[in-house]
Design a protein around this ligand. Structure first.
Ligand SMILES: NC(=O)c1ccc[n+]([C@@H]2O[C@H](COP(=O)([O-])OP(=O)(O)OC[C@H]3O[C@@H](n4cnc5c(N)ncnc54)[C@H](OP(=O)(O)O)[C@@H]3O)[C@@H](O)[C@H]2O)c1
Length: 246
């Protein structure tokens, strides 16, 4: 059994995932990476000296097998962050059934798969699961119907799982980012006019970075914060709760 806490980051090659992995790699945890793209996972794996796995996070059985493999190999699992996800900016009437189903699978099914596999694996010694919601889950932002539905589902899932597994010391929380400079937002952030309009919606006057999200994820993973469960932590420059003047 590993002497060190074992933490698994899924979606490890994204902006938030890679920043979380880099932060964890600088601590005493034994880090395991999982991402979608073999070459990118290998590159990060090499950079951080951490084992890497490829995974389709939409696949409940595959996520189950990944978690089982980590527990078998290291004898414990202390933290899991699911930072796989996507964004879809379309009104409902222009969203195809395939886009809707994929948005739900990538953002909500992946979170369910993580809870389903990781919570029982943590029941003996406790642990922390961090899921990714969105500021768009809690306020109405136009053209976010599919992604807002999926990310609001993550909050319901998180709260129920926090209730189910809390007595066993398993904490379950979610982060809710505002607009973050990331792979999935590259087009939006790359367009000066759109980026400026988005920036103005955040009272702190800037877009988020992967590391802004990583800091919150690591806070929730940290056993020093083990009296926190069932929470949605907005990491959003104020977007989720605060209105700018215009
Ligand atoms: N960026 C934002 O503005 C924003 C806002 C609200 C919520 N969020 C949520 O925050 C989380 C972190 O996103 P981010 O900002 O770091 O964006 P990102 O850089 O685009 O990262 C998303 C990651 O999800 C991975 N992914 C997508 N589908 C997958 C699948 N089926 N299986 C495995 N991995 C998959 C991507 O893999 P590849 O590396 O192979 O592309 C990527 O690494 C996500 O859940 C996202 O929905 C982000």
């Amino acid at each position: 059994m590993s002497e060190h806490p074992v933490h698994l980051v899924i979606g490890a090659t994204g902006a938030a995932g890679s920043a979380t992995a880099r932060r964890l790699a600088a601590t005493d945890v034994h880090l395991v990476l999982a991402g979608r793209d073999r070459a990118e996972v290998d590159a990060l794996s090499q950079e951080l000296g951490a084992p890497g796995h490829t995974i389709d996070a939409r696949d409940i059985a595959a996520v189950g097998a990944l978690v089982e493999g980590v527990v078998e190999e290291h004898g414990r699992l202390d933290g899991v962050a699911n930072l796989a996800g996507s964004v879809l900016l379309k009104p409902a009437h222009l969203t195809t059934p395939e886009e809707f189903h994929d948005t739900v699978a990538t953002n909500l099914t992946s979170a369910f798969a993580v809870v389903r596999a990781a919570a029982p694996a943590m029941r003996k010694a406790g642990g922390s699961i961090v899921l990714a919601s969105s500021a768009a889950a809690q306020i109405g932002i136009a053209n976010h119907e599919a992604i807002a539905a999926a990310k609001a589902g993550v909050i319901g899932l998180m709260r129920s799982a926090a209730a189910t597994y809390g007595a066993k010391g398993v904490r379950v929380n979610a982060i809710a980012p505002g607009l973050v400079d990331a792979k999935m937002t590259a087009k939006l952030v790359g367009n000066d006019a759109q980026a400026d309009a988005s920036r103005k919606m955040h009272v702190l006057g800037r877009l988020g970075t992967g590391d802004d999200i990583a800091a919150a994820v690591c806070f929730l993973l940290d056993p020093a914060n083990d009296w926190i469960t069932g929470q949605v932590l907005g990491v959003d420059g104020g977007l989720g709760q605060i209105r700018t003047r215009g």
